[in-house]
Design a protein around this ligand. Sequence first.
Ligand code: FAD
Length: 327
Amino acid sequence: MAAAQQLGRAGHDVHVYERESRPGGLMRYGIPDFKIEKHYIDRRIEQMQGEGVTFHCGVNVGVDKPVAELLAEHDAVLYCGGSETPRAAGIPGDDLGGVHDAMPYLVQQNRRVGGEPIQSVAWPSHPIIAGGQHVVVVGGGDTASDCVGTAFRQGAVRVTQLDIRPQPPEKEDKLSVWPYWATKMRTSSSQAEGAEREFQVATLEFIGEEGQLTGVKCCEVDEKRKPIPGSEFVIRADLAFIAIGFAGPAKAGVATELDGKMKIVTDNRRSRNVEANDRDYRTSVDRLYAAGDVRRGQSLVVWAIREGRQAARSIDEALMGSSVLPR
Ligand SMILES: Cc1cc2nc3c(=O)[nH]c(=O)nc-3n(C[C@H](O)[C@H](O)[C@H](O)COP(=O)(O)OP(=O)(O)OC[C@H]3O[C@@H](n4cnc5c(N)ncnc54)[C@H](O)[C@@H]3O)c2cc1C
């Protein structure tokens, strides 16, 4: 959306193709309303439509419309498909009823709050509701925190968050880490609502009865994340969410087409992010650019906006010979 707005303002005829029923990406369907209310995104869409940008929602590129067709119809195509494949935890028992990746849970709740049917194109799932449940969240990042806050809003009895990292110090040591983000104990608004946080704890197994989750078996770990013998314990759980990061773009549809016939170059890491530099954002496919999480891996909104704006300038320069858009 950041790229589309810049290119529209530079005078180009811009079309945004979006798989879901509404634009906004993870800001709409990943991050809960209690962190960002969606009217901010709606207002931006209205503004962009007023400026001449056309949105085509419900178009799953690579499935409903091949990338090759987009390239034939447009002078340049910018691929900003995100990085939404959940990292596989490989924890025994993760096939029990009640154990879920974070994304289907957060996406369906965002859709529910937005007045949409809970089924999305990417995340078809049955209703998951934490009301009256003992909930365990595995992971220590933003996605885990969003599961905690969502579970509380749905009326969970108890929410426990498991983090394999050591508990950070209360105060940062600025001199030793500057200019990097200082490690210190941070409590998100969701955690402040009453989450029980366990640090330096590994998740060993999801345990259950008759196919349904009843508890999470854990143990304490040392500084090298090695299990401490004899430290095992079980937390009661009816629901567990796995939020331990993301492993690159969705494999179906667009990635299959790009990997197959087009042989697009990826960064060769397990996640297979699309290879493009942060000067011109060009991929190995002629006139196809890439920006945001699909290029750099799951990251932050500010990075997605910055990359989108810089990619817009690169495309404008390629099409017009020069550009007044900022870098
Ligand atoms: C739960 C969660 C919480 C987060 N919290 C924060 C936070 O607090 N602060 C922060 O800065 N960042 C946060 N992030 C990260 C942030 O949301 C992302 O870094 C950012 O949204 C990336 O933007 P993007 O445009 O690259 O990709 P996305 O936002 O993922 O957008 C990609 C879009 O492409 C669409 N798409 C994908 N494939 C196709 C296709 N084949 N055809 C058509 N459309 C397609 C998707 O539907 C989506 O709309 C969070 C992420 C998650 C998952």
